[in-house]
Design a protein around this ligand. Structure first.
Ligand code: FAD
Length: 436
C-alpha cells in the first residue's frame, strides 16, 4: 500500500553509497521509512486477523524442554502477561543505542538479541556494527540522519580546509561504501584533531533539495542550519547492526519454535558491510519467507503447551534506582564509543571489557522496569560486541582494528558465533567457515 514517489507515472529511483546504478525508490521525498511504516500499520489493522498489543514490552521468551513456547511481557500499567504460542518470531530491530552517537531510536536496545541469547540461540557476527558516515553532529539521542541519497544527488564531504577528502581516496569518492568513507573520515579526524567534517550541498539546486529532502531540510532548520546555503557538520553514528540471531533463509534460529527476521536476525546476506537500503529489502524478502515457513511449521508442530514453569527466584528484586539506570546507560554507551567503536585495538577492547564488567558488578539484578530491562539487554549486546571484536584479529567490512588493519582471508573468512552455555550460563565463543 506504500505510495512511492513517481514522475510521469514512473517510480523515481535514487542512488546511494556503493551502488553502481540508481535503484532506490523513495516516498514523501525523504520520509520513506515513515510512509512505509504507516502503510504496514494500516494493512495490519485493516485485515482484522491480527491482534495488536501496543506499548507492551516483551521481557523474555518462555521455554519448555528446549523449545520456545511463548513470551512474557510487561504492560504500560506494569502488568505481566504470559502469551503461550507454538512459535515466536523476534523482530525487535537493532541495537544502535549501544553507542552514544546513533541514528537509531531509543528503543533500539538489542532486546531481541539479548532474549535470543538467554533462550540459548546462537548469535552470529556480533562485532559488526555499521556506522553511517553522515549523521548530524550534535549531542542529541538519536541524532538526525543526513541520508546518503544527498551524496547520491551530488553533495560533497569537506574537511576543515574545504577539501573534498574522498576525491582520490576511492573511485566512487563520496559515494564509496560506508566503511570506506568512515575510515577516511577517521583519518581526517586524527590529522586535523577534530571529530566532525562537513556536508556541502550549497552547489545543488535549493528548490530541488527542499522538495526531495523535506525531512532533512526542516530537521536542520529546527537546529539552526540551512541545507541549501550552509555547510552542515557531520560525524559517523551507529546505524545498522549486522550481528543477530543466526537464522537460515526461512527465519529459523537454532532454537526450535523460535524465529527471527529483520535487524534482530543474522541471515548473512549483508556480509560484513550492508549496502545502503538493503535492510528494508531484507525485511521484505525474509519476513515473507518466515511467514511461509511458519505456515508449514504450524501444520506439524506439537500443540501449544498448556503450562509453563517460570524460573522466579525467592529474592525480592528491588532493582536499581532510576538515576543509576540512566547514568549506567550513558556510561555503557560512552565506554563502547570510546573503546570499542569505529576503530578498535586490543588494549581498548580489553579496557572496554573491564569497564563493562565493573558496570555489571555495580548493578543489582533488574527490577520490573523497561529502562532497567533495556539497560541489561544493552549490556548483554555490548559484552558480545567486545568479546567478538577481540577475537577477530583483522579488519573486515565495518569491523576495523588499528592493530590488524588488513583483511586476513587465510584465518578469518569465518563468522563468529556466541551462545550461552546452559550448564554454566557463561558465553561460549566459536567460529565457523563462511558458506559461499
Ligand atoms: C534513520 C534511519 C534511516 C534508515 N533508512 C533506511 C533506508 O533508507 N533503507 C533501508 O533499507 N534501511 C534503512 N534503515 C534501516 C532500517 O530502517 C532497519 O534496519 C529496519 O527498519 C529494521 O526493521 P526491523 O523490522 O528489523 O526492526 P524495526 O523496524 O526497528 O522494528 C522493531 C520493532 O520492535 C519493537 N521492539 C523492540 N524491542 C521490543 C520489546 N522488547 N518488546 C516489544 N517490542 C519491541 C520496536 O519498538 C519496533 O517497533 C534506516 C534506519 C534508520 C535508523
Amino acid at each position: 500500500g506504500t505510495k512511492f514517489d513517481r514522475r510521469d507515472g514512473k517510480l523515481i529511483l535514487g542512488k546511494e553509497g556503493a551502488h553502481s546504478m540508481a535503484r532506490i525508490v523513495h516516498a514523501g521525498g525523504d520520509a520513506t521509512g515513515s510512509v512505509v511504516a504507516s502503510a504496514l500499520a494500516e494493512a495490519l489493522t485493516a485485515g482484522g486477523r491480527v491482534e495488536l498489543h501496543e506499548n507492551e514490552f516483551v521481557l523474555d521468551l518462555l521455554m519448555d524442554a528446549g523449545r520456545c513456547v511463548g513470551a512474557l511481557s510487561l504492560g504500560a500499567e506494569g502488568e505481566l502477561t504470559i502469551s503461550l504460542a507454538r512459535a515466536v518470531v523476534l523482530a525487535c530491530g537493532g541495537a544502535g543505542q549501544v553507542y552514544s552517537h546513533t541514528t537509531n531510536p531509543l528503543v533500539a536496545t538489542g532486546d531481541g538479541h539479548a532474549m535470543a541469547y538467554r533462550a540459548g540461540a546462537v548469535l552470529r557476527d556480533m562485532e559488526f556494527m555499521q556506522f553511517h558516515p553522515t549523521a548530524f553532529y550534535c549531542q542529541e539521542n538519536p541524532t538526525l540522519l543526513l541520508t546518503e541519497a544527498l551524496r547520491g544527488e551530488g553533495a560533497y564531504l569537506l574537511d576543515d580546509a574545504g577539501e573534498r577528502f574522498m576525491v582520490g581516496s576511492h573511485p566512487m569518492a563520496e559515494l564509496a561504501p560506508r566503511d570506506v568513507v568512515v575510515r577516511h573520515m577517521q583519518r581526517v579526524f586524527e590529522r586535523d584533531k577534530t571529530d566532525h567534517v562537513w556536508l556541502d550541498a550549497r552547489h545543488l539546486d535549493g528548490g530541488y533539495l527542499r522538495q526531495r529532502f523535506p525531512t532533512v531540510h526542516t530537521g536542520l532548520q529546527k537546529r539552526g542550519f540551512d541545507l541549501c546555503t550552509q555547510l552542515i557538520p557531520v560525524a559517523p553514528a551507529s546505524h545498522y547492526y549486522l550481528g543477530g540471531a543466526l537464522t537460515d533463509t526461512w527465519g529459523r534460529t537454532t532454537v526450535p519454535g523460535l524465529y527471527a527476521c529483520g535487524e534482530t536476525s543474522s541471515v548473512g546476506i549483508h556480509g560484513a558491510n550492508r549496502l545502503a537500503s538493503n535492510s528494508l529489502l531484507e525485511g521484505l524478502v525474509f519476513g515473507e519467507r518466515t511467514v511461509r515457513e511458519l505456515n508449514r511449521y504450524l501444520s506439524v508442530a506439537d500443540p501449544a503447551v498448556r503450562k509453563v514453569k517460570l524460573d522466579l527466584s525467592d529474592e525480592l528484586r528491588e532493582g536499581n534506582d532510576a538515576a543509576v539506570v540512566a547514568e549506567s546507560r550513558k556510561r555503557l554507551a560512552g565506554v563502547m564509543t570510546e573503546l570499542c567503536g569505529i576503530v578498535r585495538c586490543r588494549d581498548g577492547i580489553q579496557k572496554a571489557r573491564d569497564e563493562l564488567g565493573a558496570l555489571r558488578a555495580s548493578l543489582a539484578a533488574p527490577g520490573l522496569s523497561v529502562a532497567e530491562l533495556e539497560l541489561f539487554n544493552l549490556l548483554s549486546v555490548a559484552e558480545h560486541i567486545v568479546a567478538t571484536a577481540l577475537l577477530r584479529e583483522e579488519s573486515r567490512g565495518v569491523h576495523l582494528r588499528s592493530d590488524y588493519p588488513e583483511m586476513n582471508d587465510a584465518q578469518w573468512r569465518r563468522h563468529s558465533l556466541v551462545r550461552r552455555d546452559p550448564a554454566t550460563g557463561a558465553p561460549v565463543l566459536e567460529t565457523t567457515a563462511l558458506v559461499t
